[in-house]
Design a protein around this ligand. Structure first.
Ligand SMILES: [Cu+2]
Length: 264
């Protein structure tokens, strides 16, 4: 039995080292375009690094036991199993301690970071409705509505433009049911709740567009009916000068649209 414990211990350490190496070296994560995204990916990395030794322990003990204590022939009865009180208590203490560490960091520390700076260079109002996004840039008088269409034709919907290097405040609500405003490239998400205004601050760091990668899109992240999966909108992150230009174009288009609407 002592030999088994030593052997399992060695296998566990080896498997954990391989796991930690893979988790820390390989960048599994999709494209990032916000400061918050880096913190969130780091939080997931921390979770994985703490989960690796727990996972490898379970797998190594399980596989070793299946192999080592297998019945050698048909007639043999398996070894009796007794509760090991020390082991049970130890397991609970160690895993609870790991969970407590995570409550603090990234839990509390991450939450404090996300809520620490309620200032922004730009405000964008988002109203969700079955099944589109209504986006308004109040200081520019620009407003857009996404088209509730499938991914294949997402490029035909107007895009939500954001300026790189700026901090944006999203002010979010819903006209009907609960939706969730999510932009995967920013790793940030907030519920859109009817009758309630929620806010989300994001510091945009990189340019990018839906044509480049599908993480640059708004995606509803709260099941809201049959059109839920198609409740998307392309996102384009522009350099600040390009963004100003884009805003001017939108203003011009809206002016023209209004003139046409008047019958002139
Ligand atoms: Cu939805």
């Amino acid at each position: 039995m002592r030999r088994d414990v030593v052997l399992v211990g060695i296998l566990w350490i080896l498997a954990s080292l391989v796991g930690e190496y893979v988790v820390s070296i390989i960048d599994f994560y999709p494209l990032r375009a916000a400061l918050e995204a880096e913190h969130i990916d780091q939080a997931i990395r921390t979770l994985m690094m703490l989960a690796v030794p727990v996972f490898t322990f379970v797998v190594v003990v399980l596989l070793y036991s299946i192999w080592r204590f297998r019945a050698r022939d048909e007639s043999e009865v398996g070894a009796p199993i007794y509760t090991n009180r020390t082991f049970t208590v130890g397991w609970l203490v160690v895993t609870s301690a790991l969970a407590a560490v995570l409550f603090y960091n990234p839990g509390y520390v991450g939450w404090t970071f996300l809520k620490s700076n309620p200032t922004a260079d730009l405000e964008i109002q988002v109203t969700a409705a079955q099944w589109h996004w209504h986006i308004t840039y109040p200081e520019y008088g620009v407003s857009l509505k996404s088209r509730p269409i499938g991914f294949a034709r997402l490029d035909e919907s107007p895009a939500l433009a954001l300026p790189a290097g700026k901090r944006v405040k999203f002010v979010v609500t819903s006209d009907d049911v609960i939706h969730s405003f999510w932009i995967p490239a920013l790793r940030m998400k907030v519920d859109a709740v009817p009758g309630v205004v929620t806010t989300m601050y994001v510091t945009i760091t990189e340019t990018g567009s839906y044509e480049e990668d599908a993480v640059f899109r708004v995606q509803c992240a709260e099941l809201c009916g049959t059109g839920h999966s198609r409740m998307t909108m392309p996102v384009v992150i522009l350099e600040p000068e390009e963004f100003e230009h884009w805003i001017q174009e939108q203003q011009k288009m809206q002016m023209e649209g209004m003139t046409e609407g008047d019958g002139h």
